[in-house]
Design a protein around this ligand. Structure first.
Ligand SMILES: Nc1ncnc2c1ncn2[C@@H]1O[C@H](COP(=O)(O)OP(=O)(O)OP(=O)(O)O)[C@@H](O)[C@H]1O
Ligand SMILES: [Mg+2]
Length: 242
């Protein structure tokens, strides 16, 4: 877990407060130290309100910590400007949300290409091939021309996973990616994350409320009241027995 050559991200004494009203500042993350390396397939668990989404959004450079440092691929991010953060995020992080946030007016293929277009401009032949390849990897090669509302919930989430992978991120973050799916479909989507981790070598950190799913991860990080209460390797990591 601590080989610097394998490190994808590291947090040091990270704190986050929200302003509520004019004078009330409430701290929700109380000095988090955490290291994720590229071999990690980890679950972030914890009670509702414990700070999981806040933490994930900070890890994904979607929100700023109040203090502390976040190193992404060895680079400190606290003094980076917006353009630097956007570039680093676009090139190194894939994000999957509970609700897929696909663009309904776009085809499946163009949804997958979206992060590419945002970071690198007009998709070239290579990008198009890659988008098709990713759709095949998530089992949706025949659905490239469909619109999201013509797909099932599980299929839509698969498109969101393909979209998160188009820029070859070193880290895939997912906030309750199966929270909206039935048990069987959730297990299949989790299996897909495992496959992505195995075949593409990106670190994966997933928030889940489902203990059956977190038990299939290699590592479980338990966040309680804004502190990491435990961080341990699971003995029986296997998604084959869901
Ligand atoms: N934008 C915000 N402004 C003020 N407080 C916030 C904001 N976002 C979150 N909070 C508070 O921060 C705390 C942590 O919220 P967070 O959404 O990170 O929890 P969570 O662990 O993801 O919960 P859940 O499992 O319900 O998704 C909560 O007390 C929440 O009310
Ligand atoms: Mg949350």
């Amino acid at each position: 877990m601590s080989n610097p050559a394998h490190e994808v991200l590291r947090l040091e004494a990270l704190r986050k407060s929200y302003n509520i009203g004019q004078l009330n500042e409430v701290e929700v993350l109380h000095g988090i130290d955490l290291c994720i390396d590229r071999n990690d397939f980890a679950a972030l668990i914890g009670p509702s309100g414990s700070g999981k989404s806040t933490l994930l959004n900070i890890l994904g450079l979607l929100n700023q910590p109040s203090s502390g440092e976040l190193y992404l691929l060895g680079q400190p991010t606290s003094n980076m400007d917006d353009a630097g953060c956007t570039a680093l995020r676009g090139n190194s992080i894939g994000f999957v949300f509970q609700f897929h946030h696909l663009i309904q007016a776009f085809t499946t293929l163009n949804n997958v290409l979206m992060p590419w277009m945002l970071t690198r401009g007009k998709p070239d032949k290579f990008a198009l091939e890659k988008a098709h390849e990713l759709l095949a990897a998530v089992g949706l090669e025949k659905f490239a021309d469909r619109k999201p509302n013509e797909l099932s919930g599980g299929q839509q989430q698969r498109v969101a996973i393909a979209r998160a992978l188009i820029t070859d991120p070193a880290l895939l973050l997912a906030d309750e990616p199966t929270g909206n799916l039935d048990t069987q479909t959730a297990a299949e989507v989790f299996e897909l994350f495992r496959k992505v981790h195995r075949e593409r070598g990106c670190a994966v950190l997933l928030v889940t409320h489902d203990p059956r799913l977190s038990a299939t991860c290699d590592r479980t990080i338990n966040l309680v009241d804004g502190n990491i209460k435990s961080d341990s390797l699971n003995n029986t990591a296997s998604s084959a027995h869901l």
